[in-house]
Design a binder for this molecule. Structure first.
Ligand SMILES: C[S@@+](CC[C@H](N)C(=O)[O-])C[C@H]1O[C@@H](n2cnc3c(N)ncnc32)[C@H](O)[C@@H]1O
Length: 289
């Protein structure tokens, strides 16, 4: 045991913690996030009155402690109707087509790294506006953001003045006088939260949890933290096991450019509508397992 004095991790010590984080979550932190992770660990070690080695040993054994490190390491930036062109495509074309083809069927959508949940609520609100019943799965590795998503209460800063504005009218009925956004029970009941580590998506223990037969998957602004190898594993699992026939996968517009085309599964074809790219699971592609 050491005294509760300020702890200063060396670069090697920090690297060894980041290696553990990457091995277990796939997250490769950007240089700008390393300082935050360092501060989190130093504070935790001081709080627990442990040595660096003692904390590392506990981290490997104690799931709750590791979850704390994950919660303290993820980047959770998000807001309503982020990248609104993708939502405009859903609103103008995809949802009306769905309504025509399957008027009484609920649409299954998955926000696969949902953060606080703005993306999941945006999908649910938009589908309802188009006369479609939504069933949205919102998953993330971070247990704290999922709790926030379940509560359905958001700060006014989740509405941004530069993006998402085309659909902000849909939020107005839920705005409180203090500027916060609080969704009704009815809207919250469309969202089902689930903790899921995308780096384990193809593991046997995840198989039972995986959302299947999804009509739309949003997997946005998370590939930036993963290796090409992990991106490939995730895309193959989504294509083979999670997307319904004719299902659509949206990644962030900036990520699509950074994704090596050789890792795209053959059952997914890249479609473009104006400036919006997305993947479509071809009919006759591998059936849901
Ligand atoms: C920048 S947010 C993206 C939120 C939303 N999709 C958007 O585009 O606005 C990235 C999210 O990915 C989650 N994440 C990081 N690694 C993950 C993993 N291995 N499995 C599941 N979620 C992960 C983080 O917790 C964080 O909430």
């Amino acid at each position: 045991m050491i005294q509760n004095t300020a702890v200063q991790l060396t670069q090697d010590e920090l690297n060894s913690f980041i290696t553990i984080l990457t091995e277990r979550t796939g997250i490769i932190p950007r240089a700008s996030h390393r300082d935050g992770i360092k501060s989190y660990i130093e504070k935790k070690i001081a709080e627990m009155k442990l040595s660096v080695q003692g904390y590392k040993e506990q981290l490997l054994l104690n799931k709750e402690l590791f979850a704390g490190l994950v919660n303290g390491s993820t980047v959770n930036e998000t807001y309503f109707f982020r990248e609104e062109k993708q939502f405009a495509l859903l609103h103008d074309k995809i949802f009306p087509q769905w309504r025509l083809k399957s008027p009484d069927t609920e649409i299954r959508m998955w926000s696969a790294a949902c953060s606080y949940g703005e993306e999941a609520y945006s999908l649910a609100l938009l589908a309802k506006t188009c006369g479609i019943k939504p069933y949205v799965t919102a998953s993330d590795i971070n247990s704290e953001v999922l709790e926030h998503c379940r509560r359905g209460l958001f700060l006014g800063t989740s509405l941004r003045p530069v993006d998402g504005t085309a659909f902000q009218d849909l939020i107005v009925p839920f705005k409180r006088s203090d500027g916060k956004v609080e969704f009704s029970k009815e809207i919250k009941s469309c969202i089902n939260t689930m903790q899921l580590n995308l780096s384990e998506i193809d593991s046997p223990q995840c198989a039972a949890l995986l959302p299947r037969n999804q009509n739309i998957i949003f997997l946005r602004n998370v590939f930036i933290y993963f290796s090409q190898e992990l991106r490939a594993r995730i895309l193959h699992t989504l294509a083979d096991k999670c997307l319904a026939e004719d299902g659509l996968l949206f990644v962030s517009m900036s990520e699509i450019a950074q994704t090596d085309s050789t890792i795209i599964p053959p059952s997914l074809e890249k479609n473009v509508d104006g400036s919006v790219f997305y993947f479509h699971k071809k009919t006759g592609g591998k059936a849901d397992g």
